[in-house]
Design a binder for this molecule. Structure first.
Ligand code: ARG
Length: 570
């Protein structure tokens, strides 16, 4: 609808660019509004309200007959629009008939690589990995619907000096049987022990470095151990990905770029981008106000950042992406600023748009930070289990008579909905807090509320026994939908494609999540205030049912983009 209005206004005013149309929070200020008069007044040096009045009159006179109910100027210089019921009803029929509703084409088939999840092998995923995983998956879905070709990339943390330490620890204290039984748990214990003993035995540090050097040089035994650690870790990660229902197209991790290290360092030094500094090799980033980027340590070990440079080259060559999104926590901001600055010096900065998609911490109740180093972390596995247990309690209380396996199924879907929504509704860069009560509140701003709304809409449709043939848009008389709650719900539905587009442009899942909440509120308001199954006018009942069906479809589609499943019954 905003596109339609934008186009009408652009034509009438002879504007050379598309006119921005916004949606005021309150109907009092129009169903739609534009600030074009404000902006033009500034350029022309005329009073904005005068210009807004002039525009409003012009638009009202020249708009297609019956499209607007009212066009009005408002201080300090807005032009506000109220569309007629007929225009909304027409648009609703179009929306109801559109099988691909929400799909857009800002992407124009260009490629975007979305890198997310990136767990480190031999280490449990912690709650921070949950954020990258679900934010990344949601952004990938949103961008795909916006017409991008999306490559979902899990850049595994499978290389680095820590593997030298782990191998050393395993050789000293490892027990194959124990590792096989509970791989990551056991490996992590070895690693923690190594760190603890390093404090009193500095020799160990050296030992770790040696083992890593051997690994780098292709030592058979170390290579085998590393491969085994990786294989076992992946098995555990896959369990979590099945629970979270996410997938990837590329799994190439840091180790895949090890071979490119020498060439990368050589290129950087040959082109005088990097220089020697106290035995190490660094890129001086003074010119952009950043601390120097370490490319190679004095002991010759390559680094995280260097692997990222090699990886970037590979990605640009293989996929020719328009954008690369790195979904990684706030705390790595500096690393990415440095990476992008080095990329620029290499002439790679403008080949694709590189973006660090940052996010905040996951805080426990009480606002404390959760950390993984000392083995005291809040592990993702535990958190997922907790979520299901808590959801089960809520379902048990709400619906005690359901058969146990139904309860289990519902609890699982509701738990994931609660977790994902709690994360995705927030502004990415802020920290999120776990409050199970709020997250699982069926009447609050929560995933379960949205899932419940969907289930209620579906239940009305089931009870109506109306076939989809009967409810096909062409057979419906939409002009019977004239109540305020009906028109408000329709207008909410009209926003969906714009919201998807904006969420993709801003890399903001909360734009979509907040919208879906408002859509659910509008749908609830509609069916709570409007007789549907009891309506004696059959044609009007069918029109209302089509509105219900369409709201359910958009809600399901939007939740699907966020990775949240719906249930026909809760
Ligand atoms: N594996 C890293 C971690 O868990 C994140 C990797 C981020 N991606 C990158 N291209 N550097 O901290």
């Amino acid at each position: 609808m905003t596109k339609k209005i934008s186009e009408i206004v652009r034509k009438i005013l002879n504007a050379d660019a598309p006119v921005d149309i916004s949606i005021p929070d309150e109907e009092l200020f129009g169903h739609y509004s534009t600030n074009i008069a404000l902006r033009q007044a500034k350029i022309k040096g005329v009073p904005p309200l005068e210009l807004a009045k002039e525009y409003a009159a012009k638009i009202a006179a020249a708009a297609p007959a019956g499209f607007f109910q009212k066009v009005e100027a408002a201080a300090p210089g807005f032009v506000n629009f109220w569309v007629s019921d007929a225009a909304a009803q027409d648009e609703f029929k179009r929306v109801a008939a559109d099988k691909n509703y929400g799909a857009g084409n800002v992407g124009g088939g260009r490629t975007v690589i979305v890198e997310y999840s990136q767990p480190n092998i031999a280490k449990k995923m912690h709650v921070g990995h949950m954020r990258t995983t679900i934010i990344g998956a949601a952004l990938a879905n949103i961008l795909e619907l916006s017409g991008y070709r999306v490559v979902r990339w899990n850049y595994l943390g499978d290389w680095g000096t820590q593997f030298g330490k782990l191998i050393a620890a395993y050789k000293m204290w490892g027990d194959k049987k124990l590792v096989e039984k509970d791989p990551i748990e056991e490996l992590q214990k070895l690693y923690v022990r190594f760190h603890a003993e390093m404090k009193t035995n500095p020799e160990l540090e050296k030992r770790g470095r040696e083992e890593f050097k051997k690994l780098e040089d292709g030592d058979r035994e170390n290579r085998k151990l590393w491969e085994w650690f990786k294989k076992e870790s992946l098995k555990e990660f896959m369990k979590i990905y099945r629970i979270l229902d996410v997938d990837f197209d590329e799994w190439m991790g840091e180790a895949s770029f090890e071979r490119e290290m020498k060439a990368t360092v050589k290129e950087l030094t040959d082109r005088n981008i990097a220089e020697q500094s106290e035995g190490a090799i660094v890129v001086n980033l003074n010119d952009v106000g950043l601390p120097p980027a370490l490319i190679r340590k004095s002991d010759g070990a390559s680094l995280y950042l260097t692997r990222d440079i090699a990886n970037l080259r590979y990605r640009l060559k293989k996929y020719r992406p328009a954008k690369i999104l790195y979904v990684v926590g706030n705390e790595q901001s500096l690393a990415f600023e440095q990476l992008f600055a080095v990329a620029k010096k290499l002439g790679l900065g403008d080949v694709a748009e590189l973006k660090h998609i940052k996010y905040g911490l996951v805080l426990g109740e009480g606002g404390k930070k959760l950390s993984t180093r000392e083995g005291t972390a809040e592990m993702l596995e535990g958190l997922l289990d907790d979520a299901v247990v808590k959801a089960r309690e809520v379902i048990e209380a709400k619906n005690p008579d359901l058969p146990p396996d139904k309860k289990r199924e519902i609890a699982f879907v509701v738990a994931m909905g609660a977790l994902k929504y709690n994360d995705l509704k927030e502004n990415r860069t802020t920290d999120i807090v776990f409050n199970w009560e709020k997250m699982l509140d069926f009447s609050g701003d929560s995933g379960p509320y949205l899932q419940y709304t969907y289930a209620r809409l579906k239940s009305i449709l089931r009870k109506s026994k109306a076939s989809s043939l009967r409810l096909r848009p062409g057979a419906i008389n939409a002009s019977l939908l004239e109540r305020a709650a009906e028109l408000a719900l329709m207008r909410k539905l009209f926003e969906f494609p714009d919201v998807v587009e904006r969420a993709g442009e801003l890399y903001s899942t909360s734009t979509l999540a907040v919208y879906l909440y408002k859509l659910a509120v509008a749908a609830n308001k509609f069916y709570e205030t409007t007789p549907i199954l009891k309506d004696e006018d059959i044609a009007r009942r069918d029109a209302r049912l089509l509105l219900i069906a369409t709201a359910a479809r958009v809600l399901q589609k939007g939740l699907g983009l966020l990775g949240i499943k719906t249930l026909e019954k809760i």
